[in-house]
Design a protein around this ligand. Structure first.
Ligand code: R5P
Length: 300
């Protein structure tokens, strides 16, 4: 079946790169806000038969950025899906490397909504054929999706980038006990016996404030701190500070989705990071590693 790709407003560069990898046509979308704040989206075509009977791949990460918050990104995604279905797409494949609200997968305090479940409810109601995400925060939430789902692993790509910097003795740090398995898997890409240390994070559920503890001899070591997301930068900055206090030589702040909100970049660099490394799941200055090829390989 012939494929066509739609590069959503949040993923124009990544979308074009994936289309080029797949050697298929790519179109984008026109977006604006109505005066009352409602989102508007139109797929940039004049002839709707361009979509009919094709396998349509929609690429739209749904992280917040200067050009749109995550609510807008989700609305745009839902509009693109609805639009291509209406135009008669034979198959609708969604690539949303960062899926907004995926961290709201549990009820932490009385009265909260388990909103990730609602997001999947909406996606399910739209009737897509497959959903591709990258390093989703809690992979078990994908069970809430009724279509085929794939959680793409970006760890090797991120490790290869860090390795290209040419370090000597590497220690990989998990800034959270809950992320230890993911961190161990990440560390394997640096070599079988690369040590993994855990810093214990405690976040105040009311204020969001972070405390972290952990001691390890990091003297003259090149330290890689790995997380799935950098949002406010609080987790990463606290871990970097601790790594420096423990004697680290170089410190690399690595995350699949480097949202870098508000003061995050400043906090992380001020804490002592040598470099912030993310993927093009989020299109910003930390997007050092492209997901285009690995995503395209899944879509072939
Ligand atoms: C939390 O469990 C995640 O894995 C990240 O550690 C968290 O989202 C990072 O957020 P922030 O940058 O705001 O500390």
């Amino acid at each position: 079946m012939e494929k066509i790709l739609i590069a959503g407003p949040a993923s124009q560069i990544l979308g074009v790169k994936i289309a080029h990898e797949l050697d298929i046509n790519v179109i984008n979308a026109e977006v604006k806000r109505f005066p009352d704040g409602e989102n508007y989206l139109r797929i940039n075509l004049e002839n709707e038969t361009l979509i009919a009977d094709k396998e349509v791949i929609i690429v739209q990460s749904t992280g917040p950025s200067a050009s749109g918050d995550q609510n807008s990104r989700l609305m745009e995604l839902f509009m693109m899906i609805d639009s291509v279905k209406r135009m008669g797409a034979a198959k609708t494949i969604v690539v949303a490397p960062y899926l907004a609200y995926a961290r709201q997968d549990k009820v932490f305090r009385p009265g909260e909504s388990q909103f990730a479940n609602v997001i999947f409810g909406i996606i399910n109601s739209l009737g897509i054929d497959a959903l591709y995400v990258v390093d989703i925060h809690a992979p078990e939430v994908l069970d809430w999706c009724t279509c085929k789902t794939i959680n793409i692993d970006s760890m090797k790509l991120l490790a290869d980038y860090v390795k290209s910097k040419g370090q000597n003795e590497i220690v990989v740090i998990s800034p959270d006990k809950g992320a230890i398995e993911r961190t161990k898997a990440f560390a394997k890409h640096f070599g079988e016996n690369v040590p993994v240390e855990v810093f214990e994070k405690a976040r105040d559920l009311k204020t969001g404030e972070i405390e972290m503890a952990g001691s390890s001899n990091l003297k003259d070591k090149d330290v890689v701190i790995a997380d799935d997301i950098i949002a406010s930068g609080g987790t990463m900055a606290t871990a970097i500070k601790l790594a420096r206090e423990n004697g680290a030589k170089n410190v690399y702040a690595v995350a699949t989705h480097a949202l870098l909100l508000e003061q995050a970049k400043f906090r992380i660099l001020d804490a002592g990071a040598d470099e912030i490394i993310g993927t093009d799941s989020i299109d910003n200055e930390a997007s050092k590693v492209s997901l285009a090829k690995i995503i395209a390989d899944y879509l072939k």
